[in-house]
Design a protein around this ligand. Structure first.
Ligand SMILES: [Mg+2]
Length: 346
C-alpha cells in the first residue's frame, strides 16, 4: 500500500467584522488547509492555531514539515488512533496541527467506508443542541448594532465577550436591545478572582446562563475553587482545559468545560474529554476557533454528545470557502455525504 500523502496550504479567512476578545482584535486569520491523499480518496482538515495556546501559523508549518519529512501517516488511514499516538510521542502540544491532520483522516476514512464520520462514531439519530452566536468586544455602539443584527438573523442565544474595563456597560447595552434572549458570557481569562466573583453576582441579575473562563488559563485549582464556591452562576473552563488530563485536574471545581478540536488535538481526544467531563458530572459545550466550515463541521460531528454549542466560527466569516454543516434556525443540519461532509464552494 502507498503511504498517505500530506499536503497543506494557507487558508486565509476574513471575518465579516473585526472580532475582539480579551487577547486582542483581528479581522484576518491565517489557518492552514490540510489535504491528505490515499489511493483514490482525499480528506480535508483545518488547522486553527492561536497564540494563547502557544501556537501560530509558523509553528504549525514547522510541525507539519517535520511530520511530512518522516512520513508519519504511514499507509493505513483507518489507523487514526495509532497515528495520533505517534504524533504525541514525537511532540507534545501543537494540538491544532494534530487536529487538522486528524480531521482529514476521519474525512478520508468516511469516504473509504462510504459513511458520515458521525455515523462511524455511532452517533446517528441523536439530537443536537442549537448554536449560540458571539458578540465580540468592541465599542458599545458597535456591540448594540451587532446585537440587533444577531437578533434579526434569528439567533436564539448570544455569547457575549468580556474581560474589559467596561464589562458591565457591555451587558447593559446588550440587555437594552434584548431583555429575553439567554446570554452566555466569556471572559477569556480576563478577570482576577475578586473581579470574577463581583461580575458573577452582577451577571446573575441579567439572565446569564454561565460564565466561561473567568480566570487566566494557568490559574490554580484553589483560585477556580474560590470562584466556583462564591459564584451564583455556573463556571465553565475553556482555555484551562485542553485534554482529558486537564479535566481530571480541575473537574471538582467547575460546572462545565468547553471542548474544541484545536485544543484536544482531534475528535478521538475530544471524546475522551467529553467522557471524562461526564464522569465529573460536568456540562459540556463544543466550541471552535475562527474557522471555515471544515473545522466547524468536524467539531459538529460530536454535537449530539454535548449540552451546548458555540459553533459560530464560520458564521462570523466574510469568505467561508467551504460548505459543510449549516445552522438552520440555529440547529445543525448535516449534508448526507461520507466523511466530514465538506465541499469547496464553487
Ligand atoms: Mg471561550
Amino acid at each position: 500500500m502507498q503511504n498517505i500523502k500530506l499536503d497543506f496550504e494557507l487558508l486565509n479567512l476574513e471575518t465579516a467584522d473585526p472580532f475582539g476578545i480579551s487577547y486582542g482584535t483581528s479581522s484576518e486569520t491565517k489557518n492552514i488547509l490540510v489535504k491528505l491523499t490515499h489511493e483514490d480518496y482525499y480528506g480535508l482538515g483545518e488547522i486553527a492555531p492561536v497564540n494563547y495556546h502557544g501556537e501560530d501559523f509558523y509553528t504549525a508549518l514547522a510541525v507539519l514539515e517535520h511530520f511530512k519529512s518522516i512520513q508519519i501517516l504511514g499507509d493505513n488511514p483507518l489507523a487514526i488512533s495509532k497515528i495520533m499516538d505517534k504524533m504525541d510521542n514525537i511532540i507534545s502540544n501543537h494540538n491544532s496541527v494534530k487536529a487538522g491532520i486528524e480531521m482529514a483522516l476521519h474525512d478520508i476514512c468516511g469516504k473509504i467506508l462510504n459513511k458520515p464520520t458521525r455515523s462511524i462514531l455511532g452517533l446517528s439519530d441523536r439530537t443536537c443542541p442549537i448554536t449560540d452566536f458571539t458578540i465580540g468586544l468592541d465599542t458599545l455602539e458597535v456591540i448594540e448594532r451587532k446585537t440587533h443584527a444577531a437578533i434579526k438573523a434569528g439567533y436564539k442565544i448570544l455569547k457575549v465577550k468580556q474581560g474589559t474595563s467596561y464589562d458591565k456597560d457591555i451587558i447593559k447595552r446588550v440587555r437594552s436591545v434584548t431583555k429575553e434572549l439567554p446570554l452566555r458570557v466569556d471572559a477569556n481569562g480576563g478577570w482576577t478572582v475578586k473581579e470574577a466573583i463581583y461580575m458573577a453576582n452582577f451577571l446573575s441579575e441579567h439572565n446569564v446562563q454561565f460564565i466561561e473562563q473567568p480566570l487566566p488559563k494557568n490559574s490554580s485549582y484553589e483560585n477556580f475553587k474560590t470562584v466556583h464556591e462564591q459564584s451564583p452562576l455556573p463556571i465553565f473552563a475553556d482555555e484551562s482545559i485542553c485534554r482529558a488530563s486537564d479535566v481530571a485536574k480541575l473537574g471538582h471545581v467547575l460546572d462545565g468545560v468547553v471542548v474544541k478540536l484545536a485544543k484536544t488535538g482531534g475528535i478521538l481526544e475530544a471524546l475522551k474529554v467529553i467522557h471524562t467531563a461526564r464522569a465529573f458530572n460536568l456540562e459540556i459545550m463544543i466550541g471552535c476557533m475562527i474557522e471555515s466550515s471544515i473545522g466547524v463541521t468536524a467539531a459538529a460531528q460530536l454535537a449530539s454528545l454535548v449540552d451546548y454549542l458555540d459553533l459560530d466560527g464560520a458564521l462570523l466569516l466574510a469568505n467561508d470557502p467551504y460548505n459543510g454543516v449549516e445552522f438552520i434556525n440555529s440547529h445543525p443540519s448535516f449534508k448526507n455525504l461520507p466523511g466530514l461532509g465538506v465541499l469547496k464552494k464553487i
